[in-house]
Design a protein around this ligand. Structure first.
Ligand code: S3P
Length: 170
């Protein structure tokens, strides 16, 4: 029997990948990896600083490299940056190496969650109110077809780690 299981949590900024991922990892007894944090550790700077020093193109290359070079071991829960599934062959790579779960939420719900966490997010930090909702709706529309390639699509409203664990068990 093959006991390896790498779970990749994907979805837009603010959908809860990191919080849920950490809880899920502790329920399953798996190590937890947050790819943005790994990038920050390796680069010695925040994602915001990375964007302003090197630009988005360099960031996309760096996050893809971290996705593919990290030694996850046999079991892991991995939280990915919101744009990662939409670049290069990252989505195919995750589907080939583990189980992908898309945490789906509407632009309105995401905007209300992001109004507070947006300072750390270079793509959002200068947007407010309706402008923030419109930006999220447009970006999400561009990204949705990539997210839809996930093996599991979960409604992010009131989603708990316990529920994700049940879904994984089938
Ligand atoms: C990004 C999402 C962020 C981070 C970067 C770019 C995006 O991760 O990777 O700011 O393009 O959606 P979170 O989804 O964890 O906020």
């Amino acid at each position: 029997m093959n006991n390896s299981q790498i779970v990749f949590l994907i979805g837009f900024m603010g959908c809860g990948k990191t919080t849920l991922g950490r809880k899920l990892a502790s329920r399953l007894g798996y190590p937890f990896f947050d790819l943005d944090h790994l990038l920050e550790e390796q680069a010695g700077m925040s994602v915001t600083e990375y964007f302003s020093s090197f630009g988005e193109t360099a960031f996309r290359l760096a996050e893809a490299e971290i996705l593919k070079q990290t030694a996850y071991g046999e079991t892991a829960v991995v939280s990915t940056g919101g744009g990662l599934p939409c670049h290069f062959d990252n989505m195919d790579w995750m589907n080939a190496h583990g189980k992908t779960i898309y945490i789906q939420l509407s632009p309105k719900t995401l905007a209300s969650r992001l109004e507070h966490g947006k300072e750390h997010r270079p793509l959002l930090r200068d947007k407010h109110g309706d402008e923030l909702v419109t930006f999220i709706a447009e970006k999400l529309a561009e990204r949705e077809s990539f997210y839809q390639l996930a093996q599991i699509i979960a409604d992010g409203i009131s989603l708990t780690a316990e529920r994700v664990e049940e879904i994984l068990k089938g």
